[in-house]
Write a protein that binds this ligand. Sequence first.
Ligand code: BES
Ligand code: ZN
Ligand code: ZN
Length: 449
Amino acid sequence: MIFLNDKKQFELTLKAIKKSAVKNSLIIAEDGASTLISEEKTIYLVFDEVKGCVYKKISKTLAAFLKGNKRELNIDVDSFLAIDDKKGDAIFDAVVETAMFENHTMISYKEKPAPKLNFNLICKADKTKRFEETAIKMEFVNFTRDLQDTPPNIATSVVIADKIAAKAKEIKGLKVTVLNKKQIEDLKMGLLLSVNAGSYVEPRVVVLEYVGDPKKEKIGLVGKGITFDSGGYSLKPSNFMEGMKFDMSGASIMLSSVMALAKAQAKTNVMAIGLFTDNRIGGHATLVESVITSMNGKTVEITNTDAEGRLVLADGITYAVREAKVDKIIDAATLTGAIVIALGKWQTGVFSTNDEWYKEVEQAAHAGHEPIWRQPLIEEHLKAMQCSPVADLANSEPGRNAGSSTAAAFLDSFAEGKPFVHLDIAGTADDGKRGTGVMIKTIFELLNK
Ligand code: BES
Ligand code: ZN
Ligand code: ZN
């Protein structure tokens, strides 16, 4: 089986080889080293004995090679599969996903963008179905990365909503709804509107619904879509403002996940809602100590305008529960700086009071090869958010204690008892000033059953 990107095979082939199998003394027998043997028209990429996660090992080594590669290549997938014959699926995923991730033409506004390199995957093992699903997942990972990377002066709420709706309309079986400011006002999404108050750009809410199996329970995916987070009146210091174009990652990821599931015709029942606005200062921007009524009637004292993600998400969760009538909920959000301190860029923080729903997400993350780490979520975290003398909730805990958990508790209190999982992707949504499309593969694995 050959997956050709181009009509022809390329001259040069990349082969993986175990260090212990290297016979040719010209091949550099060091882990991760690559050697071109021109008579064989082959580049050999050497792998030492794999200890630990084979997916991680292969994807890291192949990514490092491809980042420095300047030639069009055939990638001999079977040679990678031979590294560990018991881990075929994980190795196949690592090679195909990494090749598609690294070869994506990245958003660039340079006069001379880097030239596009092509590749072919050559594979004798029969993995056609797996390849097709991986290709769909990676199409939407790369679509999300482009949205993430687009500068905030270009990717406003209106522009992103239009781009997502246009892409979604290409896919069969998807119901696409884009709500404008008037419709958002009619729904009484007071918290989303309070974040948008300082902006001259209208907010947008994008809802995608896909019913692949009406008998299945309905899953609601909610995503934070802050197209730029200045902090509002609780203004961020300049060095913390950089990177805040990525604050729309959660919404893009959730909406892309539904598009991928619909394109793969998964047997699932799912809706996603993305809440888009920027968070600015200005004459109309929300003041600290304002009290705002949410879509479900709870009041919130805005003790910090920089804690805006939980506000838009709360109205999104209410929409999922009350309008879309979902049975279970997951949200994804670049929600807290505290999770970046706790987990860095290595794991997504996951919060839930429902062990069964958490376990399902954990298994899916494992299948999608995306590292997660569970974080605490207890009653006391919600109590800490009920500290306002004038409103049901405050939007930030005054002492910044357990900042990621108190944020999760705030969200959970809007789920009205439905099983709820919160993904804090603040550390994992971007890497090296580029979007990653993290957690799309996990959501796909969770619902593609
Ligand atoms: N978008 C930020 C969180 C963030 C920080 C994402 C760093 C990516 C990298 C979020 O809106 C925020 O500002 N959260 C505050 C909450 C606090 C004011 C309670 C934070 O974490 O400092
Ligand atoms: Zn913020
Ligand atoms: Zn934010």
